[in-house]
Design a protein around this ligand. Structure first.
Ligand code: TYM
Length: 332
């Protein structure tokens, strides 16, 4: 079975619909006929300052949410990045293979460091994509299911894999991004030309998976729509309506074209009202399940420990190859 790998940062109390529709849903689906490794990227989280207590809580909440949405520990290794030291270890080796200018071109670094001022941004934020490359390459995956915003990091990952392979010896598989076009970029409900983002969106622009469903319904009903009145999928002219159609279609499995027909002659209000109900029906059981899982922390931490052991075995084998090829002396 082909391998897949992906990660998510524990930097909010809840995942949002961009995370879910852009990436996490694919994680669940790919479990069926792939060998998956999924992790909570706590090393990545500390590239910006985190409160230790909150970080720990959020990592466990992230794990509970992954299980609640259907990640099955019998099929997938689910683990916390910091529990597998090989990530940081390979990260260092790859940093030594990355050009300064190459790292500087990463648009996510440019965006994030511009906010704090480049001088104030951590060196970790700068090398973040290189650690991500290590995360991926350790498992030699065929596919990496992510949203569109991660594409550039995957290109860097492939470049670094190729560079290592040609400088030393073929060690890494060149992974393919697995990005579903329809849901690759879920937009902010209030600013539909921008992506829904935990760091950049206003609260009203984000649908959090663990929010009170009534709050989420209200956010959907207050979503910004576009001028005109026709319900049509057109991301240029009607980004707001198109985003609502995308979310509707993804949650109900109805083709966008069929939705356009269903809503022909009806108003934006109808679409928002229906979508609000669909969202409530979706998040209500998800939220209950997550809260149940969070009540049993012993179970949660044991699942994560098993995941870390399974992942660690694979990761360490790759790291051993790397260390040997780079020229490090093996411990006796
Ligand atoms: P993160 O934690 O920001 O987001 C997790 C996943 O959600 C996707 N996503 C979206 N997809 C569609 N529309 C949106 N509005 C939206 N917002 C977020 C992201 O593309 C991502 O797939 N660097 C990664 C974490 C990471 C990783 C890795 C991923 C660390 N190591 C190795 C893959 C492989 C990140 O910050 O994702």
């Amino acid at each position: 079975r082909p391998r897949v790998l992906s990660g998510i940062q524990p930097t909010a109390d809840s995942f949002h619909f961009g995370n879910y529709l852009g990436a996490l849903r694919q994680w669940v689906d790919l479990q069926r006929d792939h060998q998956p490794f999924f992790f909570i990227a706590d090393l990545h989280a500390i590239t910006v300052e985190q409160d230790p207590k909150v970080l720990r809580e959020r990592s466990l909440r992230a794990a509970a949410q992954l299980l609640a949405m259907g990640i099955d520990p019998a099929r997938s290794s689910i683990f916390i990045q910091s529990q597998v030291p090989a990530h940081a270890q390979l990260g260092w080796v790859l940093q030594c293979l990355t050009g300064f200018g190459e790292a500087r071109r990463m648009t996510q670094f440019k965006d994030k460091s511009a906010k704090q001022g480049e001088g104030a941004a951590s060196v970790g934020l700068f090398t973040y994509p290189v650690l991500q490359a290590a995360d991926i390459l350790l498992y030699r995956p065929h596919y990496v299911p992510v949203g569109e915003d991660q594409r550039q990091h995957l290109e860097l990952t492939r470049d670094l894999a190729q560079r290592f392979n040609s400088r030393y010896k073929k060690t890494f598989r060149l992974p393919e991004p697995y990005i579903l076009k329809a849901t690759a970029k879920i937009a902010d409900l209030q600013e539909p030309t921008r992506k829904m983002s935990k760091s950049a969106s206003s609260a009203a622009g984000i649908i959090d998976m663990l929010d009170d469903p009534k709050v989420s319904a209200k956010k959907v009903r207050s979503a910004v729509t576009d001028s005109g009145s026709e319900i049509r999928f057109d991301t240029e002219e009607k980004p707001g309506v198109s985003n609502l159609l995308t979310i509707h279609s993804a949650l109900t499995g109805t083709a966008i074209g069929d939705l356009e027909q269903e809503y022909a002659g009806r108003g934006y209000g109808d679409l928002k009202k229906d979508l609000a109900e669909i969202v409530v029906d979706f998040v209500t059981p998800f939220r209950e399940r997550t809260l149940e899982l969070l009540d049993d922390q012993a179970h949660l931490t044991s699942v994560l420990q098993q995941g870390a052991e399974a992942a660690g075995a694979v990761a360490e084998a790759t790291l051993r190859d790397v260390y040997q090829r780079v020229g490090f002396v093996a411990a006796a």
